[in-house]
Design a protein around this ligand. Structure first.
Ligand code: C5P
Length: 216
């Protein structure tokens, strides 16, 4: 029996991983999950319930009652506030445990799937035959995010964006529970000098090589 084509795409904020992952899913006709949305929804759910982001049990309760089917089109989840809230609650082991089954079930469908996040290649699907770790310098990532947010009318200074990105990287990489780290068998894709087309072509070549290697 052939293994499912699970494509794990990890990396820091604004590295290009979300765009690359969703385009890979379209290219290979696979289901796609942006796992950051789950954490963003939990963070915003905690804020909506007027609990503190420091309240681990409140965050775990929100994570356990999360309805993943309702997430995809909520623009509030794409704000800087949601990203920051997500990164605050993502360090709680109980939150990560509550979101584990849903992610693993999606990853391990018979035909495979594409997931993007921070711990897909290390925790959610360590058995994935194709793993990418997509990154870029903090300055380039901050500039991309700044252009995106100011382009849609948000007033934010580049320096604040850079500080946010650096703080989030440190928190995501420094936490004890499932820290953001490149899996040993993931291929590093540094998109600092690449536009999105070049980055996507490079990602597709990495997946093609993994398919050949694994007979998929
Ligand atoms: O990828 P995105 O920016 O949407 O993720 C928001 C936050 O959610 C990240 O900064 C990280 O703290 C958390 N996250 C995580 N594990 C994942 C996906 C996201 O801890 N698999």
């Amino acid at each position: 029996m052939t293994r499912p084509l699970i494509i794990a795409v990890d990396g820091p904020a604004a590295s290009g991983k979300g765009t690359i992952a969703s385009r890979l899913a379209r290219t290979y006709g696979l289901p796609f999950l942006d796992t950051g949305l789950l954490y963003r929804a939990v963070g915003m759910g905690v804020l909506a319930s007027r609990a503190s982001l420091d309240d681990e049990s409140a965050a775990v309760a929100v994570a356990r009652s999360l309805d993943a089917a309702t997430l995809s089109d909520d623009p509030r989840l794409m704000t800087g506030e949601a990203g920051e809230a997500a990164s605050r609650i993502a360090g709680y082991p109980g939150v990560r445990a509550a979101l584990l089954d849903l992610q693993q079930a999606l990853a391990h469908q018979p035909g495979g799937a594409v997931l993007d996040g921070r711990d897909i290649g290390t925790v959610i699907a360590p058995d994935a035959p194709a793993k990418l770790f997509v990154t870029a310098t903090a300055e380039v990532r901050a500039m991309r995010r700044w252009k995106q947010l100011t382009g849609r009318g948000d007033a934010i200074a580049y320096e604040d964006m850079l500080a946010d990105i650096v703080r989030r990287d440190e928190r995501d990489a420094g936490r004890g529970a499932a820290p953001m780290v490149q899996a040993d068998d993931a291929v590093l894709l540094d998109t600092t000098e690449m536009d999105i087309e070049t980055a996507f072509d490079a990602a597709r070549r990495i997946v093609e090589a993994a398919r050949v290697r694994n007979g998929l």
